[in-house]
Design a protein around this ligand. Structure first.
Ligand SMILES: Nc1nc2c(ncn2[C@@H]2O[C@H](COP(=O)(O)OP(=O)(O)OP(=O)(O)O)[C@@H](O)[C@H]2O)c(=O)[nH]1
Ligand SMILES: [Mg+2]
Length: 326
């Protein structure tokens, strides 16, 4: 999961450092500097170190900018990386032959910083509150229902009990789809008729969990575009009525910047707690994970890597940085 065109990033950084190295080797020593006592040290520094001006940096950063874009990174993240690298590099004495290293180091630090959002340990959270209510939101077809089945499978393996709520009362066959998963996983599904109030279904599922002393409630919701005001209001109502302990945004990694924009809007509407990125088995570029975390400041909990229940991977930030070749 979270693959990157790391060669492209390395290439871009290599190109930048080569260009800097190629610049005139020895810079002119200004006459006033000759008067300085430590003139020898000064000359030595000029020979062994190199400084990049801001305008030079802007010109050279373009190479890296393109490769980051090719890796599905959002403009906001690229700007942040640029700002961070600038602080580390512009007008700083950089050791010759170490420029590439400095750039890679700066990039690593910047991405580490984006992904440093604290971890959400789902199992620990479930142990702390009963019933633990998780609601899943996202646009149409992003993988909400499939992710719920995968999480249910994971929770059952950890010996917790759960109930599902068919709060997608909108899309044709959505209830049957979830019922199929519930049957396979042998868990109860709370459902109403199509067209019923999704918040009422979710509420009933929570009541059911309370009555049966179940550990977790997982709420499936209809796919909605963030531009649809009525459906966004309906989502807010579900949140108001059942007060989920965890509101998860489910987004497709393959949609890249669109997915980042959606996460931002859903976060503005209901304040999401975490993210599941799906279809990472199809997408080759892991930049969406970095971008979505940066824009929402919320962590990615899991990655969907296929259609089977076991195709769910816990998000590992160190793996991302490693996959970037940093
Ligand atoms: N390859 C792959 N396919 C996935 C993944 N997650 C979900 N899918 C597929 O994506 C399609 C849509 O998944 P659903 O779970 O129905 O998506 P949804 O968000 O519930 O869709 P709506 O309820 O219609 O909004 C299905 O064909 C799933 O099998 C994944 O991680 N990888
Ligand atoms: Mg669904």
């Amino acid at each position: 999961m979270f693959k990157f065109f790391k060669e492209k990033i390395k290439d871009a950084i290599g190109k930048i450092s080569k260009k800097v190295e190629e610049e005139e080797k020895v810079e002119e020593i200004k006459p006033e500097e000759k008067k300085e006592k430590k003139v020898i040290e000064r000359i030595k520094e000029k020979i062994t170190t190199k400084k990049i001006s801001e305008s030079k940096f802007d010109e050279l950063f373009w190479n890296l900018e393109v490769s980051l874009m090719e890796n599905n990174m959002a403009v906001e993240v690229i700007d942040k990386i640029k700002g961070d690298l600038k602080k580390e590099i512009v007008d700083m004495p950089l050791k010759r032959n170490k420029i590439e290293e400095s750039l890679l180091d700066g990039l690593k630090k910047s991405i580490d910083d984006v992904l440093d959002l604290g971890e959400i340990d789902l199992i620990k959270l479930i142990e702390k509150k009963k019933p633990f209510i998780i609601a899943f939101f996202g646009i149409n077809g992003s993988g909400k229902t499939t992710s719920i089945a995968k999480i249910t499978n994971l929770i059952l393996k950890k010996k917790f009990s759960c109930v599902l709520a068919a709060s997608d009362t909108f899309r044709a066959a959505s209830v049957e789809q979830l019922q199929e998963h519930a049957d396979k996983l042998k868990v109860k599904l709370i459902k109403h008729d199509y067209g019923a109030d999704p918040a009422a279904v979710a509420f009933d599922a929570v009541e059911h969990a309370n009555a049966r002393d179940l550990d977790v409630v997982l709420i499936d919701t209809a796919g909605r575009m963030h531009t649809n005001v009525n459906l966004m209001d309906e989502m807010k109502k579900i949140v108001r009525v059942v007060k989920p302990d965890l509101k998860i945004f489910v987004g497709e990694a393959i949609t890249g910047n669109d997915c980042v924009e959606q996460a931002k809007r859903f976060n503005e509407a209901i304040g999401i707690d975490g993210i599941i990125l799906t279809k990472l088995d199809i997408d080759e570029k892991g930049g969406a994970a970095i971008s979505i975390s940066y824009v929402t400041k919320k962590p990615v909990l899991f990655a969907g890597t296929g259609q089977k229940y076991s195709d769910l991977e816990e998000f590992d930030k160190d793996k991302i940085v490693k996959n970037l070749g940093l």
